[in-house]
Structures are given as C-alpha cells and as structure tokens.
Design a protein around this ligand. Structure first.
Ligand code: WTA
Length: 643
C-alpha cells in the first residue's frame, strides 16, 4: 500500500482509514504527527518534529515550538463553546447538587488560581503538588499550574503522609494544593492532617492552599496555609497563558517500578498534548454533544489524560466523580449515567468485577440507553468481566475499547477504535497510528509473524513517551531503554495472535497490579520491613477474583510472644502508614525462612507458585540453600494448594 495522507482531520472513521493512517504513520512519522499537531494554537511553530535516541532515553518532539496547553484546552474553544459544559461534577453524596462548569467559567477559575499561584511566588518550572479529593478544584489546580508553566505533581489522596512527603521532596515542590478533608463513600477522610504530617519533613514547601470541602476543624499554619475561599475568588479572572517550549515539563506523576522508591515519570508539553488529544478522539470516537465519563482518579495517569487533558483539548464535556461505585449502593454508576446521559463510560476491570458481585437486579431500575462506548483500562480484563460489561452495561450494542497503556506512555497505545476495530474479549487488539509495538524473547530477538508470545517493547517514539524520571535520567535509561538495546521496554508480557491482535498478559517484572494500581514488590517489602520485629520479607502477586492480583507476603519475624494474628495486623497497619491502604497485603504468612539460592537470591518463582496454590511443578529446587523450607512454606500456605 502506498501511504498517503488521508485528510487534515485528526479523526479516523473507518477501518480502511485506520489502516491507511497506520501505514502513513510508520512510513512518514514526522509528516504524520506534524499534520496532527497543526490544528492546535502555537505561539511559535516548531523547527523540527522529532529528534530521538533510545539508547540515551531521549525523545524530543516539536523542537523550537512555543505554546501553552491551557490555551488549547480552554481559550481555543471560545467563544463558540463559552456556554458548553466542560466539567460536569458529581459529588460523593447523590443528594448534593451536581456542578456544571462551562468552558468560559473553567477558564476564569483556572486564571484565578493561576494568579494566586503567581502571588505565592510560583514561577515557570516550579513544582506544585496537588493532594486533593476528586473535586473540580483539583482539575482547576492542575490547569492553573499549566497556565503559568509550573509543573504539577498530583499525588493520589489515598497515599500516606510518608509517601506524600517522599514525592514532595523528590520533586522539590514549593506549594501544595489540598483540602480540609474528603468524602469517600460513607467515610470522611482527614486530608489536611496528612499534608501537615508530610510537611514536617518538607521544609521547602512555602505555601499551602486549602480548599474547604468537609468543613471539619483543621490546623492552619500561620504564614504557610491559606484558605482557597479566602484567596481564589478575590483573584483576577484574567491570566495570560505563559508560552513554554515544546519540551517544557508539563507534569510529574509518580509510579512504582520493580526496584526502589516510586519514580517521577515526567511528561512534557507539546508531544503529550498532541497525543492525549489524538488518542482520546480516535479511541473513544467522541462526537460533539457526547458526555464522556472516565471514573479514574486524577491522581493516576488515566485521570490526567482522559478526564482533564484529552477531553478538554477536544472541547468535550468530561464528567468528574468524587465518590465510589458502591455508595450509596452498587447502582451508583448506572444512576449517574442515566442522570447525565453519559455516552462514554471508561473504567477499570476491578470496578466491573466488584459490581458483578451485586447481581443484575439493580439494572432493572436504569435505562443506560445514552451509552455509546465502554472502555476498560489498567489491567487485563478477563473474559467473564468483558461479557458482563458487554451484556448488562452496554446491552450488546456498545463497543468495548480495552485500552492498554502506562503512566510512561502518556496515552493509550494499543486499543480498538470504538466501533471501527473488531473487538475480541481480553484483547487490546491493534496499535494506534504512530505506535510500533514489537515482541521480543528474553534475549531481545524479535518474534516476527503472528501467533507469538514475548515481552512487549515499542521500537519508535510516539509524542507522549516518557521524557525522563525526575532528577535521575540514568534511572530512566536503565528502567526502560537498557533491557533491550534500541527499544522501549514496557515490562508487560504480550501475545500476538493469528490475526495480529495483541493480548496483554501482565507484568513480567516485579510489579504487581492490584485493582489496577501499580505496586512494586520491593516497595511493599521495604514497608513491611519497617515493622521492628520483621527480619525479612518477600512479596508476590497472586490471582484475586476482584482485584485482579492480590498481595501475598511471606515474612520472617523475630521470636516473640505475639500471636501470628497480632503480628499480621501490626504489619498491615505499618504498610498502610508507610505507603497507604492500597498497598495492604491480602495475605501474610509468617515463615521461619525464605527459599534462597546459595548466592542469597530469593527464588520468587516458588513463592509465586505457592501463592497461586499451584505446587504441581515447582521446578528445580536443587540450588536452594535449605530445600526443607519449601515444605514448611507449603504446609503453612494461606491458600488451598492444588498439587
Ligand atoms: C497494565 C495505567 C492489560 C499493564 C494506564 C501496564 C493493562 C500497567 C491494560 C500500567 C490493559 C494497563 N490490559 N493490562 N488494557 N492497561 N495495563 O502505569 O501491566 O498505572 O504495564 O497505567 O497496567 O499501569 P499504569
């Protein structure tokens, strides 16, 4: 096929167009992406589209250009969309009024916060941390940073004070945006108290802007803390967008890897903008008037790209939900879909699996006839969940887009285009234009052709590829660009079937995926080891019906009078305190030793097998220092073992 440009539009409409676009994007990537970028507002056009060198972990897009992403998210849509709803917010409590914030209002609010940040001395390039519940002010705060060229670092508000402090320190944040508290289901969470505790360790933070959400009594530190409602409404609603260079950092988002502390994945402005928009438009096939609801938290990449940036760049209406799918009951999502005529619903398999458990009677109360497209993200979706989603939510008439991507990729890389690509349960199907996946074996040899299984890499940069890990570029090279020379390594195993469709098999490194949240086993082990009686621990993932993967910890403790149950509880609360409740182990087995090789390496493969309950073939254990420990571990296993 002779690749030709199909149109100036960024929107693919048919499978043939997809195939043409794909060929064109591979044959002439620079022309392809320049074409996609041309619809945006640039203060200055680029001199070069792409410079890259994977061995140095470098990708630069649209060099020489200057722009402001908020001008493209907000100002560009005015005056036509001044009165169109940009953000549609639904609170935790169904009784609380929804908020509909138009493009004009959103721009004004963003400018007000941007002006407050400027008053607080925030300058282009400074880092600002946001630790907030899912309220409109979180999205507004993110955009306010981008308005003035400050770099936002959103930390999911479920993380502990210690995790928050690590992230604030690592990024050297100057200002923190937060709230007094948060509502989450029937719980009230003390948010500001966590910030106060974290800041004991972060002397570099000069100002804290506090939104009043729950109204509970909190401490305000003189000279550092100020109330949102006392400063923001008084600020001017005009703030000119600060032009930044194409590669100016837009945000840092911390994510777990297989070693050490979470790393700050850094995304830059122009490439991220072009790809967040392109992927949003094409994967979801968003049409004017549609209502897009991504249920993720803005504390994760999915919220960045598909609640905030992608939809706003398209001038869409994006729903933001503060609560949880099971409060006040398991019909809450369906209620919101009907209430706001949601057309696009994008959620994680964990949420689907947990709602499956409540049966289908609830559905009789809801129509769900506004829905057009369903999405899945964050972890592999099992066939049962896929069918349930398709049958009961989509009523067999809504295409499901199983979108594979990562914090590091900035946007969806492998996914069906809704209604265009033929779907297949549990397959992410085909790469988006501009994305060149390759499967390799352990030695890095390319596995050509179809019906192969290997490690998923990408061989050519796409505009929203990770730029660096904040403050440590060497770590970025080591983690993503050294395993296989000349390739970006994803950390995922993957199969390409006879049709050339991709199916993601899960992580091949020491990262586990619990309810769609990434967790490094080393990170959880380090937290467990903080318990004073813990000598050593080893953490593995195991299949969990709802969470996808659960956390199974094998722990060696000093001798004491404490019961195993008491120790387990203490260890659980230590992990919760150090990382956050999302990292709490599901199972803790107290053991007297771990299966180690003579060179002292833990044989995790054995622990994984035990945690899975499958001990039929533990493989070669002859190199173990103490093979008897395996019998002890099997005897005490906390799952039923299938021999
Ligand atoms: C996994 C979330 C299977 C994968 C956007 C990846 C998936 C990790 C899918 C990234 C999917 C994400 N099917 N697995 N559709 N989407 N994953 O950084 O293991 O939180 O490497 O980004 O989630 O998680 P992250």
């Amino acid at each position: 096929m002779n690749p030709t440009r199909i149109s100036m539009s960024n929107r693919i409409r048919t499978f043939e167009e997809y195939q043409k676009e794909y060929s064109y994007s591979v044959a002439q990537p620079e022309e392809f992406w320049a074409d996609k970028a041309s619809q945006f507002v640039w203060q200055k056009k680029w001199d070069r589209v792409l410079d890259w060198n994977f061995e140095k972990g470098d990708s630069k897009w649209f060099s020489g250009a200057q722009l402001n992403i908020t001008e493209n998210c907000l100002d560009r849509h005015l005056p036509e969309k001044a009165n169109q709803v940009a953000l549609l917010w639904e609170g935790n409590d169904p009784g609380e009024a929804s908020q509909k914030i138009t493009y004009q209002e959103l721009l004004n609010k963003v400018c007000q916060v941007a002006n407050v940040l400027l008053e607080k001395g925030v300058q282009k390039g400074d880092r600002v941390c946001l630790y907030m519940p899912m309220v409109p002010e979180l999205a507004i705060g993110v955009l306010a940073c981008a308005r003035i060229g400050a770099i936002h670092s959103v930390v999911f508000a479920g993380f502990s004070a210690s995790s928050l402090a690590d992230r604030i320190e690592d990024a050297g944040c100057k200002v923190v945006l937060t709230s007094d508290g948060a509502f989450r289901g029937n719980k009230k969470i003390a948010v500001k108290a966590v910030v106060d505790e974290a800041l004991l360790r972060c002397p570099g933070v000069q100002s804290v802007l506090v939104l009043q959400r729950t109204g509970e009594k909190i401490a305000m530190k003189e000279g550092r803390d100020c109330w949102w409602h006392e400063t923001v409404p008084a600020a001017s609603a005009n703030c000119a967008p600060v032009p930044v260079e194409a590669e100016h950092p837009l945000f840092i988002l911390y994510t777990s890897g297989s070693t050490g502390k979470p790393k700050g994945v850094l995304h830059s402005t122009a490439g991220y903008m072009v790809y967040a928009h392109y992927s949003f438009l094409n994967v979801f096939q968003y049409d004017a008037g549609d209502i897009h609801w991504c249920t993720a938290d803005i504390g994760w990449i999915t919220g960045h790209s598909y609640i905030v940036y992608g939809p706003l760049l398209e001038g869409a209406t994006s729903v933001m939900f503060e609560g949880v799918p099971t409060y006040p009951d398991a019909g809450r999502c369906w209620e919101i879909i009907d209430k706001h005529s949601v057309t696009h619903f994008y959620t994680a398999p964990t949420a689907i699996r947990s709602l499956m458990g409540f049966g289908t009677e609830l559905f009789s109360k809801y129509q769900l006839n506004s829905l057009k497209v369903l999405g899945s993200v964050g972890e592999p979706i099992n066939e049962e969940a896929w069918h349930w989603y398709n049958d009961h939510v989509g009523k067999k008439r809504c295409p499901i887009v199983d979108t594979w991507w990562q914090t590091e990729t900035g946007g969806i890389l492998i996914s069906p285009l809704a209604g265009i690509t033929k779907t297949k349960p549990s397959y992410a199907t085909l790469p988006l234009p501009g994305v060149q996946p390759i499967l390799v074996d352990a030695e890095g040899n390319e596995l050509k052709g179809n019906n192969v299984e290997g490690n998923l890499c990408i061989k050519f940069p796409w505009p929203s590829i990770i730029r660096t890990t904040y403050g440590d570029h060497e770590r970025c090279i080591q983690t993503y660009f050294s395993t296989y020379k000349g390739l970006y390594f994803t950390g995922d195993g993957c199969k390409r079937d006879e049709e050339g469709y991709y199916r993601i098999l899960g992580r091949v490194d020491d990262v586990i995926n619990v309810s769609g949240h990434r967790m490094g086993t080393a990170e959880v082990e380090n937290a467990i080891n903080e318990h004073p009686q813990v000598i050593e621990s080893a953490v593995v993932g195991y299949p969990h019906d709802i969470k996808g993967q659960g956390i199974y910890a094998f722990v060696i403790c000093e001798k004491s009078d404490k019961s195993a149950e008491a120790l387990r509880q203490e260890i659980t609360s230590v992990v919760s305190k150090i990382i956050g409740p999302i990292a709490k182990p599901d199972k803790i087995q107290i053991v007297s030793g771990l299966p180690k090789t003579r060179s002292g390496k833990i044989m995790r493969r054995i622990l994984r097998k035990v945690a899975e309950g499958d001990i039929s073939n533990l493989g070669d254990t002859s190199t173990l220092l103490d093979p008897a420990i395996v019998d002890e571990i099997k005897a005490g296993a906390l799952v039923p073992l299938k021999a």
